[in-house]
Ligand binder design. Sequence first.
Ligand SMILES: [Zn+2]
Length: 127
Amino acid sequence: MSRQILQTEHVLSMQNDLIVALQGQGAAIREEVMRLTASHEDLNKKYRRSLWLSHGCPIGGLYGDDGEMQCANFDRHGVLDFVRMTVLHLEEELGKMHLTESGIIIPGLNDDTPRKGLRIVPESGTD
Ligand SMILES: [Zn+2]
């Protein structure tokens, strides 16, 4: 029992040491969190801009006034808002678009009609 008490006291002592060590570090920790957050936001903006500019639609058809990054090339996809839509949603939509354009139909993913199995649509002019 006394050994448990000693261990508990030791753990409490270590916690106190840790608390003391962290006191005065709050500003540095907050600063690092803010730096990492800003870095993440910057990378997120750069990635979104890269997706917008390189997703394959003509640059002239992209809408980019006042910080907007949109494309509404209905020949390829619906309206894509590279500022407001989640990156995951954008990647999914672009992935579906590229699959469709490659002639690959995955039921439930880029085909409105649910079917079983994978269907490869041949390019026009080939069998
Ligand atoms: Zn587009």
